[in-house]
Every structure is written in C-alpha cells, then in structure tokens.
Ligand binder design. Sequence first.
Ligand SMILES: [Zn+2]
Ligand SMILES: [Zn+2]
Length: 307
Amino acid sequence: MAVPHHGAVPTGLSRRSVLTAAGLTAAGVAFQGSLGAVSAAAATTPAIFYSPHQDDEAIGMAGSILEHKAAGRPVYLVLVSKGENGGIAQNLNQTPCFLGDKCSAPGHYHELGWQETWPTPEVVSGRTSEFNVSAKALGVDKVINLKLSDTAYGTDGEYDAFVQQIMGKVRALAQQYPGASHKFTAGWLDTTDPTKPTNATHKACSDAAYWLMKNGELKDVRFNHIYTYEAFSRDQRDRGADYVLNIPSSHMTKKRAAILAYNTWDPNRNLYTAGYHSVPTMLEEAYGDPREFVYALPSNYKPGRGN
Ligand SMILES: [Zn+2]
Ligand SMILES: [Zn+2]
C-alpha cells in the first residue's frame, strides 16, 4: 500500500504510515436546517467536544472542531475516559505484529512488555500522548482530561455509575460555560458491525447527554457518528445523518495530521502507534473520507447499555 503524501509532516512522524489517501467519492449533501450552520450568535461561547477515547476526536470530530474554530468559536476538547484497553497492550507486546508490513515500529518489532490487565498504565499514558499531539494538530483552545476510569463494560450498576460520573463532569462544564454547545459521539450508532452491540463507552457518553437534555440542563447538543467509517461502505456512511459536513481540504490536512498522531512511532515522545494498533481500519477510512456525520438526538432514543 502506498505511503500517503502529506505536506507538513510533524517531526518524528512515521514514514511507514499506511493511512491511505483514497480517491474521493461524491460528498453528501449538507443539511440546510438548524444543524447545518455554526451559529454566529454563539460566536463567543465555546463548543465543547467530548471524545470518549483517545482517537475518536481525530476519526470523527476533527472536521467539526475545525468548522467551529473557523467560525470563531473557542473549542474545548474533553477526553472522557482513560482508555484502559488491554487489547492494545497485547497487540504491542506481540511480535510478529498483526498489522504485518503496515506496522510502523522499526522492523515491525515490538515486545514492549506493557501491562495487559487493568489499569493498563502504559496504554493509558501512550494513548494520551497521541491524543495531546492530535489536539495540538487541531489547534483546540483547551484540552480537558476527565481521567474517568472506563467502567462501561462492567456490571449494569458500574455502567450506570459511569454515566452518572460523565453527567457530573458535563454538568459542571455547562454551568461554567453558559451558552456553550456540547458535541458527543453518536453512541447509539457506534459499532463496527451494525448487527453487534454498540461501544459501551460511547453509549455511556450519549446517555449522559440524553439525561441532561431531558432535565433541561443541556441545550444545543449534537452527536458525531464515529464508527460509520468502519461499519459502512463509503456510499452508506451518510445514512440517516442530519448534517453531512464536507470538510474543506485545508481542514482535511489538519484532520489527517491529527489521525497520523495515532500512527507515529517515536518512543522519545511516548508515541507507540497505540491508536493504529487498536482501530487501523477506522483511522485509514477516516483519513480518506473528507466527511463527518452529525446527528440530533433521535426522538426514539433509548438510554442504557442495551443491545
Ligand atoms: Zn472510542
Ligand atoms: Zn505493530
């Protein structure tokens, strides 16, 4: 697979990156309603984006972040969970790598010896380094790391407690920044396979938004569909979206730099391509598709980890 050409390559960025710059297909049609335009009236209040994990902001929110920046809005980027993912440690502890020649590690060799069980400290640290590089590439005005332990996959009680924790943090930000808009992931849609359960962490984030909206504590809320890049072929990704953002090429350059933060091998900067050893397909597909998919809360929304 070809190494993509990208103009300003940050220092240390792997030249072995295989993120594709696939040809563009017909872009979706922008919804012309209230979701379509960034409100000028709200220009001085921040747009607050909530990324459940390190990588979601680069995959499916970066274009929206840049859209709001371009409209003059301050953008705050919130990292919700610590991202304790033992699977990533397993992948980075193993040689040969499941990515084969796509792996950016020198010689595709990595036996890092990272802790694979909770709370996976090296995974959390490595992923967060990638997140911070991504946030910098996007030029956000503030990074807020909630450092919540991700208990969305625990018992039902632990799931509910996680939702409550997110609600508490979002409520505090809503009170601190009156008039802010709040952008979450479309957790009820976020699965790599529409026949399989949704990502519990993402669902917990949209559940928190749902309850706060129901209480009247949050207004101006949108949801970006993250997993669509893997779940659907290109011509199906906009299905049901209220607003398809067609990302201008200047913004796409920055989005691609953010995505490449997750495929950079530079141990001196604590960068180990953790993201690419987690969701390679999603990162590649988002890299090649200059669109993002924005939703309002559906009227038939069902809270709970569910399916
Ligand atoms: Zn995620
Ligand atoms: Zn590898």
